[in-house]
Design a protein around this ligand. Structure first.
Ligand code: MN
Length: 243
């Protein structure tokens, strides 16, 4: 799986280039012409949907298989399709996800909302995994949380509050901003990489609090969804994003 946000972005771009049949590396002089042509007409960014790193039912009982199936195969797939449509139709020329989000204020609603939805869910799937028993952070991520919030329980309370007080659809985030961990939330599919976001930084943990993420199993009880979600947080993936 991806080992860091930077690698994640790189792999996502690479996957797109491969899908388009464009060689990324010049291994033989025969390929030089093609690479030169590519440089003359840069490939616009395309978003790719990462494979779900586990089966639809793997996070049960915290997240039920039907919700996971619809969430990944319907909602997320649509964000990917729609953002790529917007990039093509609007001739958006940003070449990296970072540049795309840094310029979110200049994007159309379709490009921004679906681009956020594409990225946020790619991120979300990877910071969860099946677990058994206690699921607490350890090592450097534990140290970083304790250093920023006092202890894990205080951190959990603050993050849960961010998730619970986000009115309507949105996300709760833990971000790394120049070595300091911060908690916040965004509306809709905004994320902390966007220039329009109130909370900024490198996302290292995120929680989808749209009703589509929990309504089939939990109905209006977002608090129960959040409480059970802690059991499936993939702390080693969160730790990888810390550096
Ligand atoms: Mn979602």
């Amino acid at each position: 799986m991806k080992t860091s946000r930077r690698k994640f972005i790189g792999d996502s771009f690479k996957a797109t280039a491969v899908a388009l049949g464009t060689p990324l590396l010049v291994k033989a002089s025969l390929e030089t012409t093609e690479v030169t042509n590519r440089a003359a007409t840069p490939i616009a960014l395309q978003f790719s949907q990462v494979p779900l790193p586990y089966a639809n039912n793997a996070l049960e009982p915290s997240i039920d298989a039907t919700t996971m199936d619809i969430h990944y195969n319907k909602h997320h797939t649509a964000y990917i399709k729609n953002v790529n449509e917007a990039i093509a139709a609007e001739k958006i020329s940003f070449e990296t996800e970072n540049d795309f989000f840094k310029n979110a204020s200049k994007l159309s609603a379709k490009a921004k909302n679906n681009g956020g939805g594409a990225w946020n869910h790619n991120f979300f799937w990877q910071v969860m995994h099946p677990t058994q028993g206690d699921n607490n952070p350890a090592g450097k991520i534990s140290d970083a949380i304790n250093g920023s919030f006092g202890n894990f329980e205080k951190f959990k309370q603050q993050f849960t509050e961010a998730a619970m007080t986000r009115f309507g659809s949105g996300w709760a985030w833990l971000v790394n901003e120049n070595g300091k961990l911060k908690i916040g939330s965004t509306a809709n599919q905004d994320n902390p990489l966007m220039d329009i976001s109130e909370i900024k930084g490198i996302p290292i943990l995120g929680l989808d609090v749209w009703e589509h993420a929990y309504y089939l199993k939990y109905q209006n009880k977002r608090n129960e969804y959040v409480a059970n979600w802690w059991k499936v947080v993939n702390w080693s993936e969160v730790a990888k994003r810390l550096t």
